[in-house]
Design a protein around this ligand. Structure first.
Ligand code: FES
Length: 603
């Protein structure tokens, strides 16, 4: 037993052994699934299937009540225990029988295989009717049938209990979330249990309805945040609450309307009654989470940028205005700091950054860009103020990534080729199109290393005609009325310099170089559309082989799904709070010099 950890040695098929080390108290089942070792199970560790038998061959695990039901005296003497009940409080050597049924698992996040163990579980119960000689209360009758769990009971579970038990002829299903009994439903509803994962972005909010029995996503919907009229970024929304005392209430209501509309939409699409949604999970940045909960965000917006709390315990879906089961709890991801929020913790969870031995760089690009560098041996995070250019704002012909936006630009001897969202006439330029356009113009020498358009007579002849002026400013015409101006290039330089300064200073903090980075994960919706080649060309990401640069997609939403599907993964989010070191780079004395160095384009 090393300090604060216990070692579990699993003896697998053909005598193969695997060692893992976990904090004391973790069950043999959780420690195995956490480390990718499969143990038989169909209930995901809830103690109901009795398929997770293991034999403890060295060390001691006390016999529990479920072990007595699962094994005869002889097997118990031989060391047989249920893995999901076998808490490891000392070093153990464990024999794992060959698999008969694979545990139910789902692939979530960046290729993560997760064994299902949702907080929401259901137990079908056939109870005996009370008699004059059996005066046990209705609640005790239910609890006695679930005696392997120590349950707390919500008032919601009691309200209709008497009527439900009698109307259903004492055949009912208990709905349990974590250790809380929230409802007792008539009949056998055990196959129907759902949750909704929310990615609460500043611009866009996404909801995914998850089948918690199978791990499958059933429906997804997204919409622009209804808070948009209060400003496109978090600082403007915080300022709104500082200037108008009623703005916080209004912003909270708008967040609730957004979340609830999406919840109703995904339920409708999958023909699921919202009352069968028993838990929701929310991944959002610190400001968006504060606003959705109606918590004053002002301290987040002014130095020294302090959150009201890193985590919000005991939330209900109703606290977020989401009309699902009336007693459904809500889980909101904790935040590491005012500008490295719950969305990033969710993203790190989904990408498995804290378990991968490879050195990886995680970049979530937005108005505020979060950057995390590290591996299973430690993670360091920082935030870089990239500004709105990469979201198409502050750009002369900029627009969001919506229909009509040029998202891909390629220059060839025959001119300019572009990909337009929706395959319609170009109406503007979104972030990925901006990066592509500048990268291509740098590649052909039409923009020099300092970011200036070269004189027309030095431009490639087939493109020189596109260099012109609009309102006295030099521009490059991409299509019709859509052009890239000299000032747009400057805006992009500021954004990419902020991000590149962030990761290059993190390299210094950790004493590594770009070459040591084995994978760059581009997170967030913008990251998914960004061309890795263009990102390298303008110096937004380190110069690495393109295969090492991966679009990780909406990892915040994936993290929220993980939290719904696995209590173990949810505990991983809490562990990240201890494992990630946050560094503030902007107060380094050399920050400005480094930022200026990063403004130029690598040519
Ligand atoms: S995993 Fe089902 S009883 Fe242990």
């Amino acid at each position: 037993m090393s300090e604060g950890r216990v070692r579990l040695t699993y003896r697998l098929d053909h005598g193969r052994e695997r060692d893992v080390s976990v904090p004391p108290g973790v069950t043999a089942f959780d420690a195995a699934s956490w480390n990718g070792i499969a143990i038989d199970s169909t209930c995901g560790g809830h103690g109901t299937c009795r398929k997770c038998g293991i034999r403890v061959i060295e060390g001691t695990v006390p016999i529990g009540s479920l072990d007595i039901r699962a094994f005869g005296p002889e097997k118990l003497r031989e060391g047989w225990r249920l893995a999901c009940r076998a808490a490891a409080n000392e070093d153990l050597r464990i024999e794992v029988p060959e698999l008969v049924t694979r545990p139910k698992a789902a692939t979530v996040g960046v290729g993560r295989q997760v064994i299902l163990r949702p907080a929401v579980q259901k137990r079908y119960l056939e109870l005996t009717e009370p008699t004059l000689s059996d005066q046990v209360t209705d609640l005790d009758r239910v609890l006695a049938a679930i005696d392997d769990l120590e349950l707390r009971v919500g008032l919601s579970a009691l309200r209709g209990l008497g009527r439900t038990l009698r109307a259903a002829d004492w055949k009912v299903t208990a709905v349990i979330v974590d250790d809380l009994l929230i409802d007792v439903e008539p009949g056998d509803t055990s196959a129907r249990r759902y949750g909704i994962a929310f990615d609460l972005g500043t611009t866009t909010v996404v909801a995914t309805l998850m089948d918690l029995a199978t791990g499958a996503p059933l429906a997804a919907a997204s919409m622009l945040s209804k808070q948009q009229p209060f400003g496109a970024d978090v600082i403007t929304r915080i300022s709104a609450t500082m200037m108008d005392s009623s703005a916080l209430d209004k912003l909270r209501e708008l967040a609730h309307e957004t979340l609830d509309e999406l919840a109703q939409e995904v339920c409708k699409e999958a023909s699921v009654d919202p009352a069968e949604v028993y838990e929701i999970a929310l991944a959002g940045n610190a400001t968006m989470t504060h606003l959705a909960l109606g918590v004053d965000p002002e301290p987040l917006g002014v130095a020294p940028f302090i959150m009201s709390a890193r985590s919000f315990p005991s939330l209900h879906a109703s606290d977020l205005g989401v009309r699902v089961h009336p007693a459904a709890p809500a889980m909101a991801f904790p935040a590491l700091g005012a500008y490295v929020g719950g969305d990033i913790v969710a993203g790190l969870l989904a990408s498995g950054m804290d378990r991968d031995k490879r050195l990886r760089l995680f970049i979530d690009i937005g108005t505020n860009c979060e950057i995390v560098l590290g591996s299973a041996y430690g993670l360091t995070a920082t935030a870089a103020p990239a500004g709105p250019a990469l979201e198409g704002a502050a750009i002369r012909c900029g627009m969001r990534a919506a229909e009509g936006a040029i998202e891909v630009v390629k220059l060839s001897p025959s001119g300019v080729e572009h990909g337009v969202i929706g395959d319609v006439r170009p109406a503007g330029l979104c972030g990925s199109g901006l990066v592509d356009a500048v990268a291509e113009l740098v590649r052909v020498g039409l923009i020099d290393a300092s970011g200036r358009f070269v004189p027309r007579d030095q431009a490639p002849p087939e493109l020189a005609g596109r260099l012109t002026e609009v309102s006295g400013e030099r521009v490059f015409v991409l299509h019709g009325e859509v052009y890239l101006s000299q000032r747009d290039v400057r805006e992009l330089q500021f954004a990419k310099a902020a991000i590149a300064t962030g990761w290059s200073l993190l390299f210094e903090e950790l004493g590594v170089t770009a070459r040591d980075v084995q994978q760059v994960l581009l997170a967030g919706s913008f990251g998914s559309y960004l061309s890795p080649a263009s990102a390298v060309r303008i110096g937004l990401v380190p110069r690495l082989p393109l295969l090492r640069i991966v679009s990780a997609g909406n990892v915040a939403g994936e993290g929220a799904k993980l939290a719904l599907l696995s209590l173990r993964e949810r505990a991983g989010a809490d562990a990240l709070m201890e494992e990630v070191r946050y560094v503030e780079l902007s107060d380094r004395p050399d920050f400005n010099d480094r930022f200026i160095e990063q403004l130029s384009f690598p040519v």
